[in-house]
Design a protein around this ligand. Structure first.
Ligand SMILES: CCCCCCCC/C=C\CC(=O)SCCNC(=O)CCNC(=O)[C@H](O)C(C)(C)COP(=O)(O)OP(=O)(O)OC[C@H]1O[C@@H](n2cnc3c(N)ncnc32)[C@H](O)[C@@H]1OP(=O)(O)O
Length: 277
């Protein structure tokens, strides 16, 4: 049985304790007995990753690390979507300062999530395109409900998935599959994603999803934590160092690209298309 020890409101400003689920960008539930954390993204309707949501995630990850969290499940409060990826409105006609601040927070959040010493599992209860797929790929284990879509679809939008997004995919599904998927900007059904190893397990429904996520963590939490985390970070260090040592260059790459008229045109058309849907 899960006991709600704390439910934090991690919104745009300071962290306020609040038990209302309606205004939280991230709902954090910690099991009193096991210490397992459930981090539920809660930015309706589709958890698009804007600055505020990324900042709330980052703060939650720092808190979990400081409190020596033994394991974390990343999931979503949306019925249709795990995360719709980066918030297109953050990239459409931003100021340079806003774009820089946004990208830098994305980097911060990813570095924290990808390098946690504790085990992480993505309970993917909905669609997971682009930045949503990155979040899932940054966890150690992925479990997905059926009949949803996941992948790095950037090419289809006329933008390029940054190198670290690409590296994450390559690390999971291998060079050949990643090259094909990234060139095409391919989205996979849950079933296809299982076949190529982009997800590790399928679940029948949300309950089964959460049960399987807990089973994974139980297994991991039975291992000696220090050895476990050293091996994990060892496997991830090249991908991490590439971004950590090249953060400024990565921001410059983003700024150079996002302000290209062709990129802005693609974003505008895509936003319009989504609104008309
Ligand atoms: C060389 C480097 C160049 C650097 C360039 C930048 C690199 C960028 C890297 C990563 C890119 C991204 O992550 S871009 C985001 C990509 N995301 C998508 O393509 C997903 C788009 N959304 C969907 O396909 C669907 O919304 C969904 C399948 C996720 C859910 O479908 P559903 O039917 O449930 O919901 P709606 O489509 O009706 O959407 C509801 C509502 O949300 C708005 N929406 C959806 N996605 C986004 C988003 N990513 N950002 C902002 N807003 C989004 C959608 O417009 C609807 O709005 P309204 O209710 O106002 O109509």
């Amino acid at each position: 049985m899960f006991v709600l020890r704390q439910c934090l409101t991690l919104g745009t400003k300071s962290s306020i304790r609040n038990f209302s689920a309606t205004t939280n960008l991230v709902n954090l539930t910690i099991n009193e007995d096991t210490g397992v954390a459930i981090m539920e993204l809660n930015k309706p309707p589709v958890n698009s990753l804007n600055y505020e949501l990324l900042e709330a995630m980052h703060r939650t990850l720092v808190k979990l690390e400081n409190e020596k969290c033994p394991g974390m499940i990343l999931t979503s409060s949306s019925r249709s979507t795990f995360s719709a990826g980066l918030d297109l409105l953050e990239m459409y006609k931003p100021t340079v300062d806003k774009a820089r601040r946004f990208w830098s927070m994305l980097q911060n959040t990813w570095i924290k999530l990808y390098s946690t010493p504790y085990p992480t599992v993505a309970a993917i209860n909905g669609h997971s395109p682009a930045g949503g797929c990155l979040l899932a790929m940054s966890c150690e284990h992925r479990i997905m409900v059926p009949d949803k879509m996941i992948g790095l679809n950037e090419t289809q939008l006329g933008i390029v998935a940054p190198q670290w997004f690409q590296d994450c995919m390559r690390n999971i599904i291998g060079e050949r599959q990643a090259e094909k998927a990234l060139i095409a900007g391919r989205m996979f059904t849950s079933e296809e994603a299982l076949k190529i190893g982009l997800v590790d397990e399928l679940a029948t429904d949300k309950e089964d999803l959460m049960q399987k996520a807990h089973d994974f963590l139980d297994e991991q939490m039975g291992l000696p934590p220090l050895a476990r985390s050293v091996v994990k970070v060892g496997f991830r260090k090249d991908t991490l160092s590439k971004l950590i040592n090249g953060r400024e260059a990565d921001i410059k790459m983003f700024l150079d690209n996002v302000f290209q008229p062709k990129v802005q045109e693609s974003l505008e058309n895509y936003i319009q298309m989504l609104k008309k849907k």
